[in-house]
Design a protein around this ligand. Structure first.
Ligand code: MTE
Ligand code: MO
Length: 440
């Protein structure tokens, strides 16, 4: 990566110069801690006084598998009984997306959703059977599977019920609970088309049944076009083996498609001419209109976005008047690559363009950012709206509900709004048409 045009540079050099010029003009209040004040000289937090520098630190023999700093103990997945029906084995723990930087979710924070609890599979006993309409059916051990040529890709996984409790109105005054049914990781595995070259797919094969070995024996049928496009069998997540929560040792990954199709603890792939096995399951996740009919059955998670900072978890109560603050968020589309993100300060009446930040990859989270000069006492309605290279843009709440009604749980991707109060608190609100507001 060249230093001048590094993808991580969201503030270009010219902009950065202006930033410092304007900051200087504002004096000491603009950026806390930019210059040493006389009163700070006796601050005990200055390095040579601190207790941790006065004695030996821990030996390298401690924590041979590292854990985050104890001061980060609050950064965890979270669960609620509202999403458990009294059973935390058929439930979900959601990702603290407000705490994340960049586009990669650390493995310990990747959201975890299962229908029959988290299975612990012995890799020595692991087998993957691939059969049905193939010339050469096969049973693979984990070692044999890993001998196929592997690829590494960054993709998000999103449960299609992400945000699905909030069709009528906001339910959670929390980013983690309203948008945390998703995470994004770097996955390593093999394209299924690579294995099929070896096994010989019969032309009658139109569907792939995939089945898990967990207690729910989760099964899903996948159309063959997706299988031959970019469907993967993965065994590594962010450089290490999959976590048990993500289906150790092997899961299916269908980049951009509904998370429920990405079968974990994968044990069997069967190629068939009909989606005979789980018609019911497949239709279960279809977003239905009020008359019970689907607009069109689709599997991809549509273009979407959210503001991650500020958010109910990251309020602006400590900001000073005139301070420059970075508004950040995520955008993603299961249909392609994010081409742009618009940001509104008035609940979607008018928009400015935000800047995409860091890596911009297909079917992956894309981080965006906008530098804002905060005015003490201002009330804002922050709304983000993403676009993708498949030609889609997020709908307004009214545009979406006029077609879908409010009874559905799945595939909600209308724009979301945070209200920043004059005190700097952040509330989840719903702006149905730009101008009207419903409180959380
Ligand atoms: N075998 C199996 N695979 C499964 C599930 C399951 O319960 N069992 N849950 C599905 C659902 S509904 C989702 S949203 C994703 C969640 O993946 P994650 O737990 O890695 O975040 O896994 C899917 N794959
Ligand atoms: Mo899901």
């Amino acid at each position: 990566m060249s230093n001048k045009t590094s993808q991580d540079d969201n503030i270009e050099l010219s902009q950065r110069r202006n930033f410092f010029k304007r900051t200087a003009a504002l004096g000491a209040t603009a950026l806390a801690g930019t210059s040493l004040l006389a009163s700070q000289k006796d601050d005990p937090a200055i390095m040579h006084h601190v207790p941790w520098g006065q004695k030996w630190g821990d030996p390298v023999t401690k924590n041979l598998y590292g854990v985050p700093s104890k001061y980060e103990h609050n950064v965890t997945r979270r669960y609620t009984k509202l999403l458990a029906s009294g059973n935390y084995r058929a439930s979900i723990a959601v990702t603290p997306i407000h705490e994340l930087k960049g586009i990669i979710t650390p493995n310990g924070l990747f959201f975890s959703r299962s229908h029959g609890g988290i299975a612990h599979v012995d890799p020595q006993e692991y087998r993957l059977m691939i059969h049905g309409l193939v010339e050469k059916p096969i049973v693979l051990t984990l070692d044999q599977l890993k001998r196929y040529p592997s690829v590494t890709r960054v993709h998000f996984i999103e449960c299609p019920a992400n945000g699905g409790q909030e069709w009528r109105a906001p339910q959670y005054n929390s980013l983690q609970f309203s948008k945390g049914f998703m995470s994004c990781a770097e996955w390593t595995g093999v394209y299924i088309k690579t294995i099929l070259k070896d096994l010989g797919l019969k032309p009658e094969a139109k569907w792939m049944l995939s089945e898990g070995s967990d207690n729910s024996e989760m099964g899903r049928t996948i159309p063959i076009d997706k299988v031959l496009d970019d469907a993967m069998i993965v065994w590594a997540q962010n450089g290490e083996a999959l976590r048990p929560e993500q289906g150790y040792p092997v899961r299916l990954l269908l980049p951009g498609w509904e998370g429920n199709l990405c079968v974990k603890w994968l044990k069997r792939l069967e190629f068939a001419s009909e989606p005979w096995f789980c018609k019911e399951e497949t239709s279960k996740y279809t977003a239905l209109k009020p008359n019970g009919k689907a607009v069109q059955h689709f599997y991809a998670n549509e273009v979407n976005s959210t503001v991650t900072s500020p958010s109910p978890e990251i309020p602006w109560t400590d900001l000073e008047d005139g301070q420059l603050v970075e508004i950040e968020g995520l955008a993603w589309s299961g249909m392609g690559t994010i081409t742009g993100v618009d940001l509104s300060f008035d609940g979607g009446k008018t928009y400015v363009e935000a800047k995409l930040k860091g890596l911009v990859l297909p079917k992956a989270w894309t981080r965006w950012s906008y530098m804002h000069r905060y005015k003490k006492g201002e009330r804002l309605l922050l709304t983000s709206r993403a676009r993708d290279d498949a030609g889609y843009i997020q709908p307004t709440v009214d545009e979406e509900t006029s077609v879908m009604g409010v009874e559905s749980v799945y595939h909600r991707n209308a724009v979301e709004t945070w209200e920043v109060t004059p005190e700097g608190k952040v509330n989840h609100v719903q702006v149905r048409t730009p101008g009207g507001v419903k409180n959380a």
